[in-house]
Write a protein of this length. Structure first.
Length: 161
């Protein structure tokens, strides 16, 4: 009977971590998609193109449907190793766990985007990441999502099972 309780507890903890990771991944994917869309639309506006708010909203929605899944895949490739390192560091220095996870999520996103840019036939796969301010605007979402993942999973670890 004791084994069944421990197994059920581990399953609940694993499930809560997976749900938290998926929520953070969706947050970072949506943030990055919206950031790159607005970055690109602002670049067009800077060239004198008039972009009404309705067009901005429609373009943002289309990118959430079309670009966000592609970006989510890129993000996942960077996050898998980065969050593993962040979790490892968080176990060694638990007081800074959320900071480690936030930094790892941001670093993983940047590494993945730079890796895609290195193999893409065009100068940069995501135009917003061509320059540091655009890259940082997208990375901010990954950092926030990594921090949220840390917060959500630290609560799950403290719950009595």
């Amino acid at each position: 009977m004791k084994h069944g309780i421990a197994s059920d507890s581990a399953h609940r903890r694993w499930t809560s971590h997976l749900v938290a990771l998926l929520a953070a991944w969706l947050l970072a994917s949506a943030w990055g998609s919206v950031a790159q869309t607005q970055w690109n639309l602002q670049a067009l506006a800077g060239l004198g193109v008039d972009i009404p708010w309705a067009e901005r909203a429609r373009t943002t929605w289309q990118d959430l449907i079309g670009f966000a899944p592609v970006y989510a895949g890129i993000l996942a490739a960077g996050w898998l190793p980065a969050l593993a390192v962040g979790n490892w560091l968080g176990r060694r220095w638990p007081a800074a766990r959320n900071a480690w996870l936030a930094a790892a999520a941001g670093a993983g996103m940047v590494a993945a985007v730079l890796a895609v840019d290195a193999v893409a036939p065009m100068p940069s796969f995501i135009d917003a990441t061509r320059h540091l301010p655009g890259l940082l605007s997208m990375a901010a979402g990954a950092v926030l999502a990594g921090f949220a993942y840390g917060r959500l999973t630290s609560r799950a670890q403290r719950k009595p099972m």
